[in-house]
Design a protein around this ligand. Structure first.
Ligand SMILES: [Zn+2]
Length: 282
């Protein structure tokens, strides 16, 4: 049975939206402290992520890591894990619910339940100038999950082995010594670094356009806890036309780790796991 159209349909549509998760009560990162620590930090490691591949890197709590479009516009798909507890992983969906569809300086990357704590805080974003364009697009999204061979097969009937999902699986397996079949279920929804995306106003579909990133553009993070990162240089390149193919022009990405001077983070402590008592009403 279908209910008749309500006579006050327009009135119902006109109800003002309410923000689901106001963040006024969220503890704010001390960006001034982070900036002071970063100013005296020294580079301790660098990893080059080849085009259409992924690589792992490690960052200790209290260090910074920077992802750079080293040679040209290139989208990256980022997974984050607690360095010694791979069950604590980046939670794209809740990060989106808290900070919106795209993230930039001051936003944090949150881990999944039951941890739900900041894994990293964005401290620098050279693409912050882009804002939100006339299509509703912005940069660095937490809406796109990752390109993967399953959806590709579903839509095209073809097999492609260098989707970000597969790249992340291979790199995580190589870093941890796990079999790929063990590593694959740990790969999770990503932060789409440098990707320029939105939802169409009429159909609500996920869409992309070429990233505005140029060689040298970068995004930098403060590691709130010990991290294992895995970054894929997406086979879509700048993601201006397609992904999941070898046709797009792709570039490598660079990851660098910076360690602050001793004492530079006086008073700072890694965030504790979430305080909920986990009794779930029992
Ligand atoms: Zn991808």
């Amino acid at each position: 049975m279908t209910l008749p159209l309500p006579p006050d349909a327009d009135t119902r549509r006109a109800v003002a939206p309410v923000i689901c998760y106001p963040v006024d009560s969220l503890p704010r990162p001390d960006l001034a402290l982070y900036a002071a620590a970063r100013a005296q930090a020294t580079r301790t490691a660098a990893t080059r992520v080849p085009a259409r591949e992924a690589r792992a890197f490690r960052v200790a709590a209290g260090q910074f890591f920077r992802i750079t479009c080293a040679e040209g516009p290139q989208v990256g798909d980022l997974n984050l894990f607690h360095a010694t507890d791979l069950s604590e992983r980046f939670f794209s969906g809740k990060t989106r619910a808290l900070h919106g569809t795209h993230v930039s300086t001051g936003d944090r990357l949150w881990s999944g339940f039951p941890h739900l704590r900041p894994m990293a805080t964005i401290t620098t974003d050279t693409l912050a100038w882009y804002g939100r364009d006339g299509f509703g697009c912005a940069v660095h999204d937490v809406i796109g999950t990752r390109c993967d061979p399953y959806t590709h097969h579903l839509l095209s009937g073809q097999d492609y082995h260098h989707c970000c999902h597969s790249n992340l699986t291979r790199a995580l397996a190589a870093e941890t010594g796990m079999a790929p079949a063990q590593a694959e279920p740990l790969v999770h929804d990503v932060l789409n670094v440098f990707m320029c995306t939105g939802f169409t106003a009429d159909t609500g579909q996920y869409f992309m356009k070429a990233t505005p990133a140029r060689a040298g553009d970068h995004i930098e993070f403060f590691a709130e806890i010990d991290l294992l990162g895995v970054l894929s240089a997406c086979p879509g390149g700048d993601c201006g036309a397609e992904h999941s193919s070898d046709r797009a022009i792709c570039h490598p990405l660079q990851v660098e780790v910076f360690a602050p001077a001793p004492g530079a983070l006086a008073g700072w402590h890694p965030p504790s796991p979430n305080g909920y008592d986990r009794t779930h009403g029992l």
